[in-house]
Design a binder for this molecule. Structure first.
Ligand code: HEC
Ligand code: HEC
Ligand code: HEC
Ligand code: HEC
Length: 411
């Protein structure tokens, strides 16, 4: 008990005295408009009062020992009191939504909330290694869902190679190259064939049964491949095509390397494919209003020439980025949440050893903008389900450590 009071006392000292680096992510966290910081100081009397409240009101879901007994409820043991109190206030005033939590605490006054927060902070979170509870589950018991999307895309691409080439650089006349193509465009194109809004007798069966994840993995794989200029001879005259291409540069880039994620690059593309695609817009078999009106005025020579011009242009590729690995993600999270999720900032929750299901749920809530914290929302906006799953497993497996504060002299 005394150790704990000591910890609170030190926490206050550190919380008010420590300088924060202006450029650190934590400083960014603090620059958010927030309620004034309330640090919690609790004496044994108050912690005992908090225990009584916990026993009566919270234990049925969060356990009297702070180890959750209800699916979806987080472990509270050893979580920072300041953070717990802030969340309780957020439920109470409706900023954080959860009907049962709100109902459980609505009759409690501020002192009661502080005391119960201090009580749960005073407890250790044991490392049970129990996959149900999620505390300290090791890598052996829950291995990462180790999907490397680029590898998965490569594996899925074997059936595409006969037409599009082994690495997406086509060697068949009339067949489009996919290597280095813009990621979003590739995704959109495959989905368009899948729904048959873009019609092609060869592509429809190739993608009809693919799920969204596989389509995204395939797109990533092809977008990351190094594009080569088409080895095919073009029918048209590239130099005569150059002036025609000025009308296309705004979207496809001056040399056919588009920087717009949903607009295809044309540089180095198979010349016959470029001709067929342009004709398809012109005769309306390929539906896209902007492209249709742009090519309506081109005659056959223009189309052949502009195709020759783009086919001869050097493709760049390289706009796609490899997704972060779990270790790279975690390195970013640890900047705020502390080493292995053991936060030293009383306002930032520890996430080590927290239940796996709860962690995944919390991350999803930020991503879906359901839980209101601008930093976490921005951080998790682009995150995929499999990455959430891997991060949840990563932090579930980390041991919760009692946070050791820097010793400062007592007054
Ligand atoms: C009926 C079950 C239930 C009861 C009773 C209950 N809680 Fe909860 N609590 C939950 C659930 C479920 C969540 C997760 C809600 C969410 O996803 O926002 C939660 C979330 C929390 C959080 C947020 C923790 C975090 O890591 O962000 C705190 C703090 C909390 N509860 C404290 C308490 C306290 C203190 C009491 C008693 C006064 C209490 N709860 C009573 C079910 C309950
Ligand atoms: C039997 C040959 C064939 C196979 C197999 C095939 N494709 Fe295609 N693919 C084509 C043809 C032909 C086109 C051009 C169709 C058109 O004009 O719309 C095309 C077009 C595409 C496009 C659009 C390219 C662009 O620049 O708009 C993408 C993306 C694509 N294929 C991906 C794939 C993937 C991924 C697979 C494997 C799952 C695959 N294809 C399998 C023949 C094939
Ligand atoms: C306003 C922007 C815009 C302009 C200008 C533009 N394009 Fe496009 N282009 C697009 C978009 C967007 C697509 C993808 C449409 C789709 O999904 O079918 C596209 C697709 C294409 C394709 C099909 C590529 C493939 O891989 O399937 C060709 C070929 C093409 N454009 C040629 C041209 C030419 C030639 C010009 C100039 C005469 C031109 N575009 C001007 C936006 C533009
Ligand atoms: C810039 C600082 C910062 C970074 C970086 C950051 N977080 Fe957070 N995180 C916070 C803050 C502050 C909160 C409390 C937000 C609130 O009140 O809802 C939080 C809350 C959480 C929660 C909810 C915990 C609970 O008990 O409910 C989870 C889970 C979480 N973060 C996971 C992550 C993961 C995973 C990453 C890395 C991908 C990450 N965070 C990166 C600052 C950060």
């Amino acid at each position: 008990m005394y150790r704990m009071i000591y910890m609170f006392a030190l926490m206050i000292a550190v919380g008010t005295a420590s300088p924060v680096q202006a450029t650190s992510p934590k400083a960014a966290a603090k620059s958010q408009p927030q309620e004034p910081v309330v640090h919690i100081f609790a004496s044994p009397v108050e912690v005992r009062a908090g225990r009584a409240i916990a026993e009566q009101t919270c234990a049925q879901c969060h356990g009297l020992d702070g180890l959750s007994v209800e699916a979806g409820a987080p472990h509270l043991a050893s979580q920072h009191a300041d953070y717990l109190y802030a969340q309780l206030k957020a439920y109470k005033d409706g900023a954080r939504k959860h009907t049962r939590m709100r109902q459980s605490i609505k009759i409690l006054n501020d002192d009661a909330l502080r005391n119960v927060a201090a009580y749960y902070f005073s407890l250790d979170l044991p490392h049970t290694g129990d996959p149900q509870q999620g505390t300290g589950v090791t890598a052996q018991t829950t291995s990462m869902v180790d999907v490397n999307p680029e590898e998965a895309g490569k594996a899925a691409s074997t059936g595409c190679a006969s037409c599009h080439g082994k690495d997406g650089n086509s060697v068949l006349p009339g067949m489009p190259s996919l290597a280095g193509q813009n990621l979003q465009y590739l995704v959109n194109a495959m989905k368009a064939y899948r729904t048959a809004s873009r019609k092609d007798p060869m592509m429809r069966p190739a993608v009809a049964l693919l799920d969204d994840d596989t389509i995204e993995n395939l797109a990533l794989y092809y977008a990351l491949q190094k594009p080569k200029a088409s080895p095919m001879n073009a029918d048209g005259d590239a130099s005569a095509g150059e002036p025609v291409a000025t009308a296309c540069a705004e979207c496809h880039g001056a040399d056919g390397n588009s920087t717009k994620p949903d607009t295809p690059s044309l540089a180095g593309q198979d010349p016959r494919y470029l001709v067929t695609a342009t004709q398809a817009y012109k005769d309306g078999t390929r539906d896209h209003s902007a492209m249709q009106s742009l090519v309506a005025l081109l005659n056959d020579d223009d189309i052949n020439n502009v195709a020759a011009y783009y086919a001869a242009s050097q493709p760049e590729g390289g706009a796609a980025r490899k997704p972060l690995t779990t270790a790279q993600w975690a390195e970013r999270c640890d900047r705020c949440h502390g080493i292995d999720g053991n936060s030293t900032d009383p306002q930032i929750p520890s996430i080590s050893s927290q239940g796996h299901e709860y962690l995944a749920k919390a991350m999803t809530a930020y991503r879906e903008q359901d839980r209101g914290n601008t930093i976490m929302r921005a951080m998790l906006k682009p995150i995929k389900d499999v990455e959430i799953e891997n991060l949840a497993r990563h932090y579930t497996g980390k041991r919760r450590k009692s946070v050791v504060f820097v010793k400062t002299p007592c007054k």
